[in-house]
Design a protein around this ligand. Structure first.
Ligand SMILES: [Fe+2]
Ligand SMILES: [Fe+2]
Length: 171
């Protein structure tokens, strides 16, 4: 039986994953308005991934006979200075998420909730990928500063990203 404290923390994470999705959709909207459709596509896919994360916690709570309590989703940041700014904000956001996943893992470890630790292990690995994908795009963007052709090439590259739910991640 999962403790009330851990259940609340899991529910808070459902909310935070929805907030992540909403934040990335706001970034997509910024890119769409700048006619950078590849970057917009990247953030749309990112928003879908975050919905998938939210539902992974949602399903887990139900499997453990808990109750999902949906809360209000905060308003995301909607104004940005540049495409680089989008990715810097996204990177900072992912670092916050990683910290939250670590905190959840600390609680689950304290309470010896091994099934929850196993779920969180998936998220720990996922965060390594999330941070690294933002970091590598930031590097490319910085390299292409004052080179619009490079920016559009990267826009083309990101237009090909699609959302594929991980096969090992069926709840
Ligand atoms: Fe996430
Ligand atoms: Fe993420």
């Amino acid at each position: 039986m999962i403790s009330e404290r851990l259940m609340k923390a899991l529910n808070d994470q459902v909310n935070y994953e929805f907030y992540s999705s909403y934040s990335y959709l706001a970034m997509a909207a910024y890119a769409e308005a700048e006619d950078l459709n590849g970057f917009a596509n990247f953030f749309r896919v990112q928003a879908q991934e975050e919905l998938f994360h939210a539902m992974k916690f949602y399903d887990y709570i139900n499997q453990m006979d808990g109750r999902v309590i949906l809360q209000q989703i905060d308003k995301p940041q909607i104004e940005f200075d540049s495409v680089l700014h989008l990715f810097e904000a996204g990177y900072e956001h992912e670092k916050t998420v990683t910290q939250r996943i670590y905190n959840l893992t600390d609680i689950a470890t304290e309470e010896r909730e091994h099934a929850t630790i196993s779920l969180l292990k998936w998220f720990i690995d996922e965060q390594v990928e999330e941070e690294s994908s933002f970091k590598s795009i930031i590097t490319k963007l910085k390299r292409s500063e004052s080179n619009p052709a490079a920016l559009y090439m990267l826009d083309d590259e990101l237009a090909t990203r699609t959302f594929t739910p991980p096969v090992d991640a069926q709840a």
